[in-house]
Write a protein that binds this ligand. Structure first.
Ligand code: ADP
Length: 287
């Protein structure tokens, strides 16, 4: 499935297009024949920037409302896996889309280069420990997918080892789903040019420079290998129960609206309900 826009939409007024774009979540859903060339990182779905920002605010408010029930009900957990090339906007997405959500119900975990202790265990050990509890939205900023991305591209383990991991990951995620976790996996899809601009901005802006590592340039030189690794990871691990979405991310206002819509869609699928109050509470007067 593609994030491409039908030419007819060019002729329609923006608000109309915004309403029609309710199928955007479905259009970003990946399948096992994913071709990243079919997904334009600069896609706008015909949205106008200002209207999309207003729509995103509404979607975020809906997400916050659903999260209140989700948190109270403790019916299920929600795991959101965020992956991207460097400067793909993972941090900005978390900041924007969870704006208004009760922080007590959100658990953000970032996974960097494994520590010695983490390395002495299997690669799923450190992520499993942070899988969200019921009532919690767990955000993985990078994740177990690094073990089939950077690890594959930089040849940190032999192919015979990383190639088995797609199967482990499918089974691991299936177990989490069977035990009550809703899983959403999001690839923030930026273009090579956009990455260059964002990395350059980080170098040039003293307030952003702390985010830049010289290693980012080494990874950038391996762009094509990373794209292949992402394509294979998504193809091999997207399932009905733990789907991958490829989100156009060159424009932050498009990215924020799409991610908010995806989160809303999955929270609605859980359909959380406030716990029923005790029968004796009816009519109680608090003096
Ligand atoms: P970010 O780029 O997400 O803001 P950092 O600058 O701390 O965060 O980078 C995290 C680094 O950790 C990335 O270069 C990533 O490739 C690396 N990393 C994450 N997981 C693994 C892993 N399992 N093995 C090796 N490197 C990893």
């Amino acid at each position: 499935m593609m994030c491409a826009r039908a030419p007819l939409l060019d002729a329609l007024p923006a608000m109309y297009v915004l309403e029609m774009a309710e199928d955007v979540v479905q259009r970003c859903l990946a399948d096992d024949r994913l071709d990243l060339d079919d997904h334009d990182p600069g896609e706008t779905f015909g949205w106008d920037k200002r209207e999309a920002q207003v729509a995103a605010t509404e979607e975020m408010a809906a997400v916050a409302g659903l999260q209140r029930k989700f948190f109270a009900s403790e019916q299920a957990a929600l795991l959101v896996v965020l992956q991207a090339m460097d400067a793909g906007g993972k941090d900005g997405t978390i900041r924007s889309v969870l704006n208004g959500v009760n922080p007590a119900g959100v658990d953000v975990n970032s996974f960097g280069v494994p520590s010695d202790e983490e390395r002495s265990h299997d690669y799923l050990w450190r992520v499993h420990a942070h899988a969200p509890a019921k009532g919690q939205i767990g955000i993985f900023n990078r994740s177990h997918y690094e073990d089939v991305l950077v690890v594959r591209v930089k040849k940190l383990v032999p192919e015979a080892v990383w190639s088995k991991r797609y199967g482990h990951i499918r089974e691991f995620e299936r177990m989490l789903v069977d035990e009550g976790t809703e899983i959403v996996k999001i690839f923030l899809n930026i273009s090579n040019d956009e990455q260059r601009e964002r990395l350059q901005d980080r170098v040039d802006d003293p307030d952003e420079r702390w985010k830049f590592r010289l290693g980012d340039l080494e990874d950038r030189a391996l762009w094509d290998d990373y794209q292949d690794a992402f394509r294979d990871a998504i193809r091999k691990t997207t399932t009905d129960d733990a789907p991958w979405y490829v989100v156009p991310a060159d424009r932050k206002w498009v990215r924020n609206l799409v991610v908010a819509k995806i989160l809303r869609h999955h929270l609605e699928r859980i359909d959380p309900k406030y716990p029923a109050p005790d029968d004796e509470i009816e009519g109680v007067i608090v003096e």
